[in-house]
Design a protein around this ligand. Sequence first.
Ligand code: UD1
Length: 325
Amino acid sequence: MAVLVTGGAGYIGSHMTYALLDRGEAVVVLDNLSTGFRSQVGEKAIFVQGEVADQALVASLIREHTIDAVIHFAGSIVVPESVAKPLAYYANNVVSSRALIETCVKECVKNFIFSSTSTVYAVDAKQPLRENEPTVPISPYARSKLMTEWILEDASRATDLRHIVLRYFNVAGADPKGRTGQSTPEATHLIRRAARVVLGRLPYLDVFGTDYPTPDGTGVRDYIHVVDLANAHLLALDALRGGAESVTYNCGYGKGLSVRQIIRAVEDVTGRNLPVRDGHRRPGDPPTLIADAARIKNALGWMPRHDNLAEIIRSTLEWERRMNG
Ligand code: UD1
């Protein structure tokens, strides 16, 4: 029995692979290395370079390694990029996911965990966001995630497939053991970029939008440590293997922090001023995203252990230092 992790060479997928290996699971990683790194895949995992939409390849992996669960991370994730390249996002996120889901159904893989996003919720939905708030995504990225949720919902209704959708809020931080972290040089994540400014790899931090309807005018997000997110997936996996019904869970801490609050926290951790430049909003960015994660806490007993912004910032900085620029 083994778990197939798509996108397992990427930021969150590589943490997930370590979380699975650390508890003794057999793991097969499928990644096309478009943004991921082979070096970040745990040594004990079987690594295969390829596309999730390659149905012959995925079917052969499922049979050869007796895959009983798929955790599907592979996809494109940058909101403003999706506004500029919607067709690429629908191809990579929706069309490929449909093919993967079909392969799972044909090959009788019953357990499927899907990486979705807090950006599926309506901009005027009630914060903190509960899973039953209306979904009205405003970017092609968020729409592509919601479309895949719908495909899963319909496929699960019509077949033996059961799935758990995890709607991530803003994932940050790095493996406390220093084995992996966010590595894409052009990464757009706020805390990652702040770390690059601290280390002199970027001249200043752009503040994208100062006129949002938020207390200080900058975007508010709920930053969750990647290790807590990986643990949520382990619980979801156990639940599905134990026969749980298909369900959707938010993954966040329930704390909204503005861009300016993050800047101050980075300055507190480093004891240095962070050079910033105020700028315009990025296309597709919603003002505020804060999770209500009561459902996953109650149903799966999820308990965040790294709910500490200074720790998130320090681990991001430590990982950034290990990289060569
Ligand atoms: C992130 C994820 C997205 C996920 C969403 C869930 C990435 C690339 N995107 O999007 O996949 O679905 O969280 O909530 O991981 N900002 C700046 N300056 C910067 C970078 C960002 O001001 O240099 C601001 C943004 O405008 C936003 C906030 O910081 O208000 C967070 O931005 P970012 O880290 O890029 O994540 P999201 O766009 O929220």
